[in-house]
Design a protein around this ligand. Sequence first.
Ligand SMILES: [Fe+2]
Ligand SMILES: [Fe+2]
Length: 215
Amino acid sequence: MSKQTEWGPDAVEMLRDDHRRVHELFQEFDATTDEHDKKQLAETALLELQIHAALEEELFYPAARAVCENDALLDRAEEEHHIAKIVIHELEDRLNAARYVAKVTVLAESVWRHIQEEEALLFPVVRESGLDLQALGRAMAVRRQELLADLEGSPWGTRIRDMGTAALVATLAIGSGLLYWVATIGRRQTRTTKRRSSAKPTKQSTTAKHAKQHA
Ligand SMILES: [Fe+2]
Ligand SMILES: [Fe+2]
């Protein structure tokens, strides 16, 4: 359960909630023998995973890169996302989804390892960095709403909206969340420009800048 404050869960707690929810869906998938339930559980888990991955890649990972010295850890995390997306794409393409149950099971195992690594190695570093996780959480809640809106009209969108606890804080998040998002995009563009010129930003200076932005 999230550490609820007047603003809702922070970014790390939000991602942990996603992890628990996806893990439970995969456990239910493994436990049921009903073919229809199995397919619905898998499809819900896949969409949850895609929304979660988008939130991490667009918002959480860029913020984490600014404060985490271990670039290899984040490189590996993004590569694991990439591999998972390939499998998800195969599962979505029913014609090519041979060995559907086996494929979902292997994906679930891979996702669980990825979750454990994030929670054991990445989240503690981010939490101790001084990053404004409440502001980041609000930005992620706004982005989640946008991703859910993209699914409007789909039965899976309704299902995920009902399950997503983070969506409950979206209304409160709009003002400061959007401001934070703009700031994040600006920093990402700055980092990209610096990388192109082979001038890697120092973690300390970026962190200090970030703290100043959200003081
Ligand atoms: Fe991840
Ligand atoms: Fe994650």
